[in-house]
Design a protein around this ligand. Structure first.
Ligand SMILES: [Zn+2]
Length: 300
């Protein structure tokens, strides 16, 4: 859904630069609610860092893992390049998913053996044998044996050189070094959603608007203007939602990602006039729904 923007200035830096299409919910999370109200500079600055932060958040990673059946393509995109631990007869190993396949992290085990992805292992075998003085024929034979031997079977490639192609039975998320996304990501979603409510009034120079823009542009001096609460629902569901909860006692926007991870953004010095919208994007069917609730009085 593309929301038409009535203004000509960027809602973040207020410049008159040409406006570009912004995804309110990050595109990396499958967001398709868009509005052309950011200049290219603000769009690319927010885009690169916020998209990466959002997809690396542990709750987002768990949701992508749990919703693979309901939204296979998006789950696959979210899983790509992320860290996992493989389980199998060879033990547990860390690695990442590349092009949909688990790629083990290369390391030297305690007994001195090398653990490597198969394509690297092939190169290592060739190198080891060449250093040991082997000619082209024994190297080709060793590589053929490596190719043809089944998984989980110990094979002798050359005197003193053994290998096993361990199978992967299961992949677990590796959340050991994952970081929660910055509260600025939900603040951005909430601010942009309010912009859709306010139209050109978002350009207002009142301190509460100036401080929100400063926070999003990384030059915040006073963070008393907003507060982002992080919440979790009981289970993952394939939808994203944004809901303007009204103005009592100040404007609040609730954001739900994959039904499960939620943020309530408190705009502590802001009251927003106009109708209240609830936006829902169903990720299994790609349907979007926008409902208008009753009008609320209030002003900036
Ligand atoms: Zn801008």
């Amino acid at each position: 859904m593309h929301v038409n923007w009535p203004g000509t200035r960027c809602v973040l830096c207020l410049s008159e630069a040409p406006l570009s299409k912004e995804h309110l919910i990050p595109e990396a999370l499958g967001g398709i609610l868009t509005c052309s109200f950011l200049c290219r500079t603000c769009n690319s600055t927010l885009g690169a860092s916020f998209e990466a932060e959002a997809r690396a958040d542990p709750s987002i990673r768990i949701a992508a893992h749990n919703l693979q059946l309901q939204m296979p393509e998006l789950a696959q995109r979210l899983i790509e390049d992320q860290r996992f631990i493989s389980e199998g007869p060879g033990g547990n190993e860390r690695g990442i998913v590349r092009e949909g396949k688990f790629r083990v992290k290369s390391r030297t085990a305690e007994d001195g053996s090398l653990i490597q992805p198969t394509d690297l292992a092939r190169k290592s075998v060739g190198k080891i044998l060449r250093i040991a003085g082997a000619g082209d024929t024994p190297i080709a034979e060793a590589l053929k044996r490596l190719e043809e031997t089944g998984e989980n079977l110990r094979m002798t490639l050359a005197p003193g050189l053994e290998a096993v192609k361990w199978s992967v039975k299961k992949l677990q998320l590796d959340l050991s070094r994952s970081k929660l996304m910055s509260p600025l990501v939900p603040l951005k979603i909430g601010y942009e959603f309010l912009a859709c409510h306010l139209g050109c009034a978002i350009y207002d120079d009142a301190p509460q608007m100036r401080e929100l823009r400063a926070a999003l542009r990384g030059t915040l001096e006073d963070d008393s203007y907003f507060w982002v609460e992080r919440l979790n629902a009981s289970e993952c569901e394939p939808f994203h939602g944004i809901y303007f909860e009204g103005n009592s006692p100040y404007a609040r926007v609730l954001i739900r990602l994959f039904g499960w991870l939620a943020f309530r953004v408190h705009f502590r010095r802001l009251s927003v006039a106009g109708p209240r919208f609830i936006y829902t994007h169903y990720l299994d069917t790609s349907c979007e729904d926008i409902r208008i609730l009753e009008s609320q009085s209030g002003a900036l």
